[in-house]
Design a protein around this ligand. Structure first.
Ligand code: ATP
Ligand code: MG
Length: 448
């Protein structure tokens, strides 16, 4: 394939379409008070200030945006001098965060292009590495240049607080109507600059229920391995946005279709089959379905639960190998495999420590829940992570049937039972100690 490193029109200026206030539906009462405050303060200080990105896109679609991002020609230092509640963050992107309690409004200075030829000189200051990936992105520029650096046409619309008009730089309004996710510029160049854009294409397609344009979709399968160069902490953040935003199941299907899932979770993908019916695949579907349902009901979700579930059968497969190789018990093999699987996983997608601790607890509970004789059952019930461990056991029961399903049913009944019945159930488990004679005798009134 002839891969061009530079699109002929990469830096060709975009032509903005100006959409006056009376020709679009966004009104100020759709925008959060805090975002409006920031926009107005910048405007009154003489700067240009725009709402941009997902805020404009979602409002035009009649949805409520997750957050409001602002773009301006004021530099980070100028922004800081306007707001007492401002923090400058980021090394690669220097951004201003304006804090209103828990609500944070992100303000970015327009970004421009790096000097052409900078790359060819091979100097240390190069903004791209040899693969064309952007290492720095901190040159300020005009609004046109800023639009050109954005990823998709539907993310490059700017709502101007000066006259409430919209500047649409890349025909985003047209693509919103078509329901199309389309990269700005040459897709291969844009993916090389930042491979995470492949994941973002999938995310917006499933979140908005849009198609991905042919040119934007076509290179993904072959370029997917570029994600290996992305820091695992960033991939972790992206994987949460992909799988825990209410459209996890659709997103998973698309990620697989585009060979992206295996980049995020290589040890899970090892278990994938042609028929898509392995235990791993059935578990992923169950856990994503339940995550999507919980989000729809406004319930809280715990990433640790999802990862524990997705990684369980890969963990078990590895444990079986240990048992065969090293003559280990199932119990010891699972514990030992837990370390291996988590070490492997964090290499691609870095699940943070606070979650890996919970994942281990959920896994360990799978070993402990069968041992429920006598007092053990009561003690297990008291554990912090009992609920998560039990919910997961139920999912395994649904997949595995047999003993696992019976065990899940036992725990279900046990939780709903009253004290006496619980006592009877836990005494009745195979291997439960028979009540000692002596205590039985004690209870009996002595016969004269
Ligand atoms: P949402 O917040 O609903 O997930 P969003 O479009 O606002 O979607 P953000 O991650 O908040 O996404 O980014 C805000 C804007 O910044 C995007 O709309 C886009 O214009 C730009 N942007 C974000 N990430 C990239 C990227 N990797 N490459 C180019 N532009 C980007
Ligand atoms: Mg956003």
């Amino acid at each position: 394939m002839n891969t061009q490193t530079q699109s002929p029109n990469k830096n060709a200026p975009l032509i903005a379409t100006h959409v006056p206030r009376d020709q679009h539906p966004i009104s100020r009462d759709m925008i959060s008070d805090n975002a409006l405050k920031v926009l107005y303060r910048l405007h009154k200080a003489g700067y240009n200030a725009y709402l941009v990105g997902g805020g404009v896109r979602d409002l035009l679609l009649g949805q409520s945006p997750k957050d409001f991002d602002i773009a301006t020609n004021a530099t980070p230092e100028q922004i800081k001098s306007l707001f007492r509640n401002c923090r400058l963050i980021g090394r690669r992107f220097r951004l201003a965060h304006i804090m209103f309690g828990r609500d944070i409004i992100e303000v970015a200075t327009f970004r421009g292009h790096h000097e052409e030829g900078e790359k060819e000189t091979g100097k240390q200051i190069s903004a791209q590495n040899q693969e064309g990936m952007l290492l720095r992105d901190n040159v300020y520029g005009s609004i046109d240049e800023d639009a050109q650096r954005r990823d998709f046409t539907i993310n490059a619309m700017y709502y101007n607080i000066a006259d409430f008009s919209i500047e649409d730089f890349a025909n985003g309004i047209e693509d919103l109507k078509l329901g199309m996710v389309r990269l700005i510029g040459d897709p291969e160049v844009r993916y090389r600059e930042d491979p995470v854009r492949m994941l973002r294409a999938i995310r917006f397609a499933s979140k908005l229920d849009f198609d991905i344009s042919f040119e934007t979709a076509d290179p993904i399968n072959t370029m997917a391995p570029l994600l290996q160069s992305i820091p695992s902490a960033r991939l972790y953040e992206e994987s949460l946005k992909l799988l825990q935003s209410g459209h996890g199941l659709d997103t998973y299907d698309l990620l697989r279709e585009f060979s992206l899932f295996e980049q995020l979770f290589p040890i899970i993908a090892e278990q994938f089959t042609e028929e898509e019916e392995s235990n791993t695949e059935r578990m992923i579907e169950l856990v994503l379905e339940s995550t999507d349902a919980r989000i729809a009901e406004g319930k809280r979700i715990n990433p640790a639960f999802m990862f524990a579930a997705m990684l369980w059968y890969p963990l078990e497969a590895y444990a079986y190998r240990l048992m065969a190789k090293r003559d280990m018990s199932y119990y010891d093999a699972i514990l030992s495999a837990s370390n291996h699987i988590l070490d492997e996983q964090v290499r691609s997608t870095a699940i943070p420590r606070r979650h890996t601790a919970t994942i281990r607890e959920i896994w360990q509970l799978q070993l402990r829940l069968p041992r429920r004789q006598g007092k053990r059952a009561f003690r297990l019930l008291e554990l912090n992570k009992f609920r998560a461990g039990f919910d997961f056991l139920e999912m395994r029961g649904e997949i595995e049937g047999g003993e696992t399903e019976e065990l899940a049913n036992w725990w279900d009944t046990f939780q709903q039972a009253g004290r006496d019945m619980r006592q009877a159930m836990s005494n009745d488990v195979d291997g439960a100690k028979k009540p000692r004679r002596r205590s039985k005798k004690k209870r009996k009134p002595k016969a004269d």
